[in-house]
Design a protein around this ligand. Structure first.
Ligand SMILES: Cc1cc2nc3c(=O)[nH]c(=O)nc-3n(C[C@H](O)[C@H](O)[C@H](O)COP(=O)(O)O)c2cc1C
Length: 494
């Protein structure tokens, strides 16, 4: 039985817990002040007179629905999600992970950009913008970014890892502490493969520009290939070892985009600034604990090798400086790996089934997100920084968002799971200065549950918010549960 952490009605209730836990979670109380901070437009200056105006300080994070067509084109549920996000009121819409090559898809229903899917992506974007314009009169200050990815270790076709990882090779997913390790080492992506991949990312960026996206994001987070490269200290050759080598792929991609695609595409990165270590779950009490790790620990980005449970932002901060010099104007800060330490990236009330209970008070995880983002923003005041980790705060997320904006600790407040549950969160925040507590995400991990269910005729269940979007996902959830029960029964049959 999960512990009930979020018990707050008012900002003061939360303040008391934050004080008790010794963490800093600033909150604005006054509704008018909340509205004012969240409504503040964000101007991003590009080169050669190019600029982008994001009409308010709210963003929807990239949120995969695992609902594309087998050939990578958006499906019906994909369109539904972006119509809802478009009509929701956040002025920065960060489109979900989209693979640049088929072999880099995380599942057979992940978006995949190529010549055959470009027209459908163009329609998706146009429909999203129209939905926005219908509600808000214009789409001139709505900015759209497409996240480009290669899923690396988590590609469904077969793993392409950046280097041999002593823990993740044996246990790429959180499972029982005493589970049998995998003993076939995964395929380490060759130098030639990575060099070719640079060009695939550039080609995807070219297509994204043709489709009409304002910008592209290189997904360097959550344990996927470009995030794993950042910790490839033990990899020999051009893409491993020194930070310069580990940064090579991203910096080459941005240089080539500017040379070949143009300087008028908004360049963005979603960066995992702290990988943490893999966790395992104890069968006895469902608690989570770090798997035993070697010391020094050379296998995580943003971690202190002498004590990887501790963060060390020296490399991430240096890398962000290089990204900025390479033309990156927008940075979305994330952390952790959802497959092996989900509490770090997305603090939750209740874990996905079979996973571990939160090993820390979720408010500690939220405060970690805020602290790190503030440090990045302080170091790079003219970088547009999007913050993460707000959904666990439920209706109080806008109080925290307004406070972080007021204190200059972030440029845009990003909402992930909260936007699936309550796509019009931004409109309510901006017009009323408050959210409906009966509609906010309760971080019960049903979206993650669906994402992990593969026993579907297309090899993947779509995901969304079953508790708050019954029309979209009530039936999907029933079918996923049924399929999981059948699978369990089949595995018991001798
Ligand atoms: C169902 C689901 C899909 C996600 N898809 C993506 C994605 O495509 N790209 C990405 O960078 N993060 C993805 N994330 C992570 C979220 O963008 C976000 O970082 C995380 O949920 C924490 O923010 P929140 O507390 O507002 O939910 C996903 C998370 C979930 C639960």
């Amino acid at each position: 039985m999960s512990k009930h952490y979020f018990t707050y009605k008012t900002p003061d209730d939360l303040r008391r817990d934050a004080e008790g836990l010794g963490v800093d979670v600033p909150l604005v109380d006054d509704r008018e002040e909340i509205k004012r901070w969240l409504a503040k437009p964000v101007d991003i200056l590009g080169e050669d007179g190019k600029s982008w105006r994001i009409g308010n300080s709210l963003a929807t994070h990239p949120m995969e629905g695992c609902d594309s067509e087998p050939d990578g084109r958006p499906g019906e549920l994909t369109l539904r999600r972006y119509l809802r996000f478009g009509a929701g009121g956040a002025k920065l819409i960060w489109f979900e992970a989209c693979a640049v090559v088929e072999a880099g898809r995380a599942n057979p229903r992940q978006l995949w950009i190529h010549a055959g899917s470009a027209a459908a992506l163009e329609k998706l974007l146009a429909d999203c913008r129209r939905a926005h314009a219908r509600e808000f009169g214009s789409r001139a200050d709505l900015v759209s970014v497409l996240q480009l990815t290669h899923s690396g270790r988590y590609s469904y076709h077969g793993q392409h890892v950046a280097y041999a990882h002593p823990l993740l090779d044996a246990h790429p997913y959180t499972n029982l502490a005493n589970s049998t390790p995998r003993n076939t080492p995964p395929h380490v992506a060759s130098e030639e493969y990575l060099a070719t991949l640079e060009d695939r990312f550039v080609e995807a960026a070219r297509l994204a520009r043709e489709v009409g996206f304002d910008g592209i994001d290189l997904k360097m987070t959550h344990g996927y290939l470009l995030s794993e490269i950042l910790s490839a200290r033990t990899r020999p050759g051009a893409y491993g070892g020194s930070l310069e080598n580990r940064a090579r792929l991203a910096l080459n991609v941005f240089r080539k985009i500017r040379e070949r695609v143009g300087k008028d595409l908004l360049l963005a990165v979603r960066l995992g600034v702290y990988d943490g270590v893999p966790y395992a779950v104890s069968l006895a009490d469902q608690s989570g604990a770090p798997r035993p790790f070697p010391n020094p620990y050379l296998y995580g980005f943003g971690v202190n090798p002498e004590n990887p449970l501790e963060m060390d932002l020296a490399e991430p901060l240096e890398f962000i400086g290089w990204l900025q010099q390479a033309g990156v104007k927008l940075l979305n800060v994330s952390m952790g790996n959802p497959y092996v330490n989900p509490h770090i990236g997305r603090p939750y009330e209740k874990p996905n089934e079979g996973l571990y209970e939160a090993p820390e008070h979720p408010l500690v995880g939220v405060a970690r997100h805020f602290r790190v983002t503030a440090e990045i923003q302080r170091t790079y005041p003219d970088l547009a920084v999007v913050g993460t980790g707000y959904s666990w705060l439920q209706h109080l997320m806008i109080h925290a968002g307004a406070a972080n904006l007021k204190l200059g600790r972030v440029t845009l407040v990003g909402v992930g799971r909260g936007a699936l549950a309550y796509p019009e969160f931004a409109r309510d925040a901006l017009t009323r200065g408050e959210l409906d507590p009966l509609r906010t995400c309760k971080t019960l991990s049903y979206c993650t549950y669906l994402m992990r269910q593969k026993k579907h005729p297309l090899g993947q269940f779509p995901t969304g918010c079953p508790p708050f979007d019954k029309v979209g996902y009530g039936q999907v959830m029933k079918e996923a549960r049924h399929a999981a029960r059948e699978q369990k029964a089949a595995s018991r049959t001798p």
